[in-house]
Write a protein that binds this ligand. Structure first.
Ligand code: PLP
Length: 381
């Protein structure tokens, strides 16, 4: 029987009790190879780079939650991106990426993929006409992040899917910020969803891992071939941690969204804050689109501090509950300065972020404690 509720599928999809022992949680199959019943007589697995039961459970669960046909789990989000790119793009091909892409994604395109001969353009994806104008005959993919990191810009997935498909290209969506609980790009028309499961899916800042889900089974098989060939697979323990995190994704995301709204309310109109970037704000340019394609506005909030870079750095150093650290999406709240930390690699490029920008990953602690901590830190600005 197929269950439809997201919360139910997050706990059960791909995770039947173990047929041999009845274990209610998928065990960590910490194993490299599998006994064969006679030469070629496989019982489902052969070698753990090709496939592993713990990883397979995670892959099936993710495919189910995103509404796709094939899930694949990798050693990191970047490993998923690199493997996908080598599957869908060859030297001479062209990819359109966001002009405020995640710093690591920008670095992948601007260094490794460029050296390999893949061309790219960084375009503001919130402007569909700019995207259309950037399409070339050799464009094989439009690579979307929404909301973006760290500027929280919103792109219209369904519209960009049309632009991509008109050009005979794929629409790839990095769904790390929203998670499948808040946004399902494949349902909106995207072809591939990419995740850093390090973030909200894992949810506890205790694992680095990545994944992707394809709508089309044939494309999924092609990526699986590359995954097995290149070998950047998720290990059994990391897969188990990601699966365990996913079970509570729905309740965590609800609290992340509610706490972010409390923090945003405190920042808006604060005398030391010049701008708050959050898609839940009615004045955010992408608010209407976010409202239509997302179930909630997420736990990521960015803001600009009056007084410039020095003031922003002081605020980052002054919080007590928000930990000064890179990454995001864990139960604990984090604060960071993108210009000096996560996005330092974009310095001097068209993707450079404002130096007075502070990014928050709002956790699931008590909302009033988080507001009090930010308000106290802003006193130092
Ligand atoms: C963190 C992140 C990545 C990269 O994932 P890793 O697991 O760190 O390799 C990609 N995209 C976005 C939006 C991210 O936040």
């Amino acid at each position: 029987m197929a269950f439809t509720g997201f919360e139910t599928r997050a706990i059960h999809a791909g995770q039947e009790p173990d047929p041999q022992t009845g274990a209610v949680v998928v065990p960590i199959y910490q194993v490299s190879t599998y006994a064969q019943d006679g030469v070629g007589g496989l019982r489902g697995y052969e070698y753990s780079r090709t496939g592993n039961p713990t990883r397979a459970a995670l892959e099936e669960c993710l495919a189910d939650l995103e509404g796709g046909s094939r899930g694949l789990a990798f050693a990191s989000g970047m490993a998923a991106e690199d493997t996908l790119l080598r599957t869908i793009a060859s030297p001479g091909d062209h990819v359109i990426i966001p002009n405020d892409a995640y710093g690591g994604t920008y670095r992948l395109f601007s260094t490794v993929s460029s050296n390999w001969g893949v061309k790219w353009d960084a375009v503001p994806l919130a402007d569909p006409e700019a995207v259309r104008a950037a399409v070339r005959p050799e464009t094989v993919a439009i690579w979307v992040e929404t909301p973006t990191n760290p500027l929280l810009n919103v792109a219209d997935i369904a519209l960009l899917a049309d632009v991509a498909h008109d050009a005979g290209a794929l629409l790839v969506v990095d769904n790390t910020f929203a998670s499948p609980y808040l946004q399902r790009p494949l349902v909106e028309g995207a072809d591939v969803v990419v995740h850093s499961t390090t973030k909200y899916l894992g949810g506890h800042s205790d694992v680095v891992s990545g994944a992707l889900v394809t709508r089309d089974r044939e494309l999924g098989e092609r990526v699986a071939f590359h995954q097995n060939t290149m070998g950047a697979v998720a290990g059994p323990f990391d897969s188990w941690l990601a699966l365990r995190g996913i079970k509570t994704l729905a309740v965590r995301m609800d609290r992340h969204c509610a706490n972010a709204e409390q923090v945003v309310a405190a920042l808006t109109h604060h005398p030391k804050v010049t701008e708050v970037l959050y898609p839940g704000l009615p004045e955010h340019p992408g608010h209407k689109i976010a409202e239509a394609q997302m179930k909630g506005f997420g736990g990521m909030v960015s803001f600009r501090v009056a007084g410039g870079e020095e003031a922003a750095l002081r605020v980052c150093a002054a919080t007590r509950l928000f930990t000064l650290a890179e990454s995001l999406g864990g139960v604990e709240s984090l604060i960071e300065h993108p210009g000096r930390m996560t996005h330092a690699s974009t310095s001097g490029s068209p993707l450079e972020v404002p130096s007075d920008l502070v990014r928050l990953s709002v956790g699931i602690e008590s909302g009033s404690d988080l507001v009090a901590d930010i308000e106290a830190a802003l006193e130092t600005a």
